[in-house]
Design a protein around this ligand. Structure first.
Ligand code: ZN
Length: 332
């Protein structure tokens, strides 16, 4: 079994690197060193202790993710839910989630997050403490961090997570196509599941001051991106005429049908996954559908003066981090 998990880990990284190359038009700047560790706990670490980039992943990460998907796909309420059953196997969902996590690690590296945070390793969920010790012993304080107000420092790492999430989301779900609705819902659910397990494991280990945003916050950003997908191409075409992109405008009817077939089911997929993963706080943080989507509308206005109107937990944290993100980007 462990051997199968190691193969799954290797395949996820290979797929992530291929996806990176396909969407960026160039190969990833380094060949990451992948270290699978036979450990039933759920964790992953990216570090630059020895060489450009090492990604260490527990086999428990594969096992837990697959267990969640086997339970979810067999769950009657999930199958009968909004949007109907998910058209993919537990293996496929696990693989997609894992590819996304690998892309997330690649983006931490590519965006210079190690240097910025003055850390030699970035962990996802509760990694063995040896990683933290190594990191602290060798890391030096980052000159860029000294430019940030002490009160804002707790927002730095969650913001870096949101940045890595954002680019990994874009890369895994790729461009909008009216022929890809089912695949989009599948990919969105695969990403939500990983975000949830990271928080669940963090919570188990009493991570009071987690470096990670809440799963609901990450899912809020994810669904906020998915809902905008039909409009992205026209937006880029307008903002960057020099790229000569065709400004395809999809009709309001298409957007409404897309919301019914993909966006709303994706929200309920997350709600069902939280129940099946026994992650009650995530369910609460997501809020009710009408509140969640009202918050998405507020967020879409991109007007920080309206962020006080956000009501669901995930959206409120999203607003707090997004208000700080421009300061962070300037220092990066
Ligand atoms: Zn991360």
């Amino acid at each position: 079994m462990i051997k199968a998990h190691i193969t799954a880990i290797e395949l996820a990284l290979t797929t992530a690197l291929a996806q990176y190359e396909e969407t960026m038009g160039q190969v990833f700047p380094t060949v990451p060193n992948l270290v699978p560790i036979a450990d039933a706990n759920f964790w992953a670490v990216a570090d630059i202790n020895d060489g450009p980039l090492t990604i260490t992943v527990s086999t428990g990460l594969v096992a837990e993710l697959k267990k969640l998907w086997m339970n979810a796909l067999a769950d009657d309420d999930f199958k009968a839910g909004v949007g109907g059953p998910i058209d993919a196997s537990a293996e496929e969902m696990t693989h997609l989630g894992f590819v996304w996590l690998m892309l997330h690690e690649l983006h931490h590296f590519e965006m210079g997050h190690f240097e910025f945070a003055g850390r030699l390793c970035l962990t996802e969920a509760h990694a063995p403490s040896t990683f933290g010790v190594v990191s602290r012993a060798k890391s030096k304080s980052s000159p860029t961090l000294t430019k940030i107000d002490a009160g804002d420092l707790p927002k730095v790492e969650p913001c870096l997570e949101m940045q890595a999430d954002h680019d990994a989301i874009e890369m895994l779900i790729d461009a909008y196509s009216p022929d890809e609705w089912e695949s989009l819902r599948v990919r969105t659910a695969a990403i939500s599941a990983v975000m949830m397990l990271i928080e669940r494991e963090d919570a188990k280990n009493n991570h009071e001051h987690s470096s990670h945003p809440k799963a609901a916050t990450r899912i809020f950003q994810l669904l906020g991106h998915v809902i905008e997908m039909p409009m992205i191409q026209a937006k880029i075409a307008m903002q960057h005429p020099e790229l000569e992109i065709e400004p395809i405008v999809h009709s309001d009817e298409e957007q409404a049908a897309f919301n019914r077939a993909v966006v709303i089911p994706a929200f309920f997929d997350a709600v069902n996954l939280a129940r099946i993963a026994d992650a009650g706080t995530i369910r609460e943080d997501l809020g009710e559908a009408q509140d969640f989507f009202r918050d998405v509308q507020v967020a879409k206005l991109a007007d920080p003066s309206k962020f006080d109107d956000l009501t669901t937990e995930g959206a409120v944290e999203w607003g707090r981090l997004m208000l700080f993100n421009p300061t962070l980007v300037q220092s990066q």
